[in-house]
Design a protein around this ligand. Structure first.
Ligand code: OSB
Ligand code: MG
Length: 383
């Protein structure tokens, strides 16, 4: 493998209108926001990454404001001028900065893209080179779609039918207290064979166990993150009471969190978001733990732009990712996205890994500039 020297790092806060915002139990944001990271190597290669942060600390604790602060003052100075063999060295260089996983993941992803391009590989094949034999990319990712909280069950059914007609074979529905039973009952009655699941984004407590047990009647693929966003212990008390598998999202921030969750029986499935765990180096470690334990694994999403999504598609194409992922086609999120070409859903509910080197999508400069201007025009939190 060819080494690379990080010459400069540029950061871009962006705002991009959603085609359809996603309402969750913690709220709704009208625009996709993120901090995009561009790493330029001494050899002139550009790599792009996305720090999947939000306007408000809703899903996680990081925002556009914290990401800019941490990148500019603490992370970028640790990596500029460094020569590295591969991106697994980045977490070592940034180790002195605690937490800030989504922000670190954006920087690391840019280096992964640059390193894959330096070695003239698709990012998917470059990831596979860090895994044992037998883990070559399948060239595509099996995907589903995530649907936000709607005013009525009828409204939800309309969207589900539209998505199924587009070819999505796994549907995820966001829930909040009071919405779970009417929704699950209504959807299962109307669509007896649909493969669907619920995502609570930490909206319940262990005191709701009796309520959550009633969901067992609706043959859900899984329930995602019912309890606290930092909790593993209470999930281990809930899982044995449910037939429905619990999938952890928010609470698994490291490979060791997952080892603990497995040891105490807190989940039967994992949603791995590379952003949440600090990047693809930790993601590869978590992937290995899942393979070792036979734990069903899928890749989650943060409604990423084409930059973050392309890297997630690459990772999701690895064979240890055994369940449909929260990565949908471009037209579900943006019109247009800031990258080309768009991701298009195949009839078998898959997205292809782009053919090009690295993430395999191009950033369209005019669209990037417009998204940066839009962030600056409307941002109310950063001075
Ligand atoms: O909990 O999985 C989640 C989006 C933002 C924050 C949290 C979540 C989500 C999603 C989006 O469900 C899935 C996607 O990117 O399509
Ligand atoms: Mg989730």
């Amino acid at each position: 493998m060819t080494s690379l020297t990080i010459d400069r790092v540029d950061v871009y806060p962006i705002a991009l209108p959603y085609v359809e915002p996603l309402r969750t139990s913690f709220g709704v944001e009208p625009d996709k926001v993120a901090v995009l990271v561009c790493v330029t190597t001494a050899q002139g290669v550009e790599g792009w990454g996305e720090a999947a942060v939000e306007v408000k600390p809703g899903y996680g604790s990081e925002t556009v404001g914290t990401a800019l602060h941490i990148l500019k003052n603490f992370l970028v100075p640790q990596v500029v001028g460094r020569t590295i063999i591969d991106p697994t060295e980045i977490p070592v260089l940034t180790h002195s900065v605690r937490g800030n996983h989504h922000t670190k993941a954006g920087l690391e992803a840019a280096v992964w893209d640059a390193a894959a391009k330096t070695n003239h590989l698709r990012l998917a094949d470059y990831f596979a080179s860090f895994l044992p034999e037998g883990h070559a990319s399948r060239g595509k990712a099996v995907v589903g779609v995530s649907i936000g909280i709607q005013p009525t069950v009828e409204d939800t059914l309309k969207i589900i039918r539209k998505r199924m007609a587009q070819g999505y074979q796994r549907i995820k529905l966001k829930i909040e207290p009071g919405w779970e039973l009417p929704l699950a009952r209504g959807v299962r009655a109307a669509l007896p064979d649909a493969v669907f699941m619920l995502d609570a984004n930490s909206a319940y407590t262990l005191a709701d166990a009796e309520l959550l047990k009633q969901l067992d009647a609706y043959n859900l693929l899984m329930i995602e993150q019912p309890l606290g966003d930092n909790d593993i212990y209470q999930h281990s008390k809930l899982q044995p009471q449910l037939q429905t598998p619990i999938c952890l999202d928010e609470s698994i921030k490291t490979a060791d969190d997952l080892r603990l969750a497995l040891e105490i029986g807190a989940c039967r499935i994992l949603n791995l978001k590379p952003a949440r765990v600090g990047g693809y180096t930790e993601s590869l470690e978590i992937y290995r733990v899942c393979v070792e334990h036979g734990l069903p694994l899928w890749i989650g999403g943060m409604l990423e732009t084409g930059i973050g999504r392309a890297a997630n598609v690459a990772f999701a194409s690895l064979p240890g990712v055994t369940m449909p992922c929260d990565i949908s086609a471009t037209d579900r999120y943006f019109d247009p996205d800031i990258t080309e070409p768009p991701f298009v859903l195949n009839p078998d509910s898959t997205l292809d890994v782009p053919a090009g080197e690295g993430i395999g999508v191009e950033v369209i400069r005019e669209r990037l500039d417009a998204a940066v201007a839009s962030w600056h025009a409307q941002n109310v939190y950063v001075d």
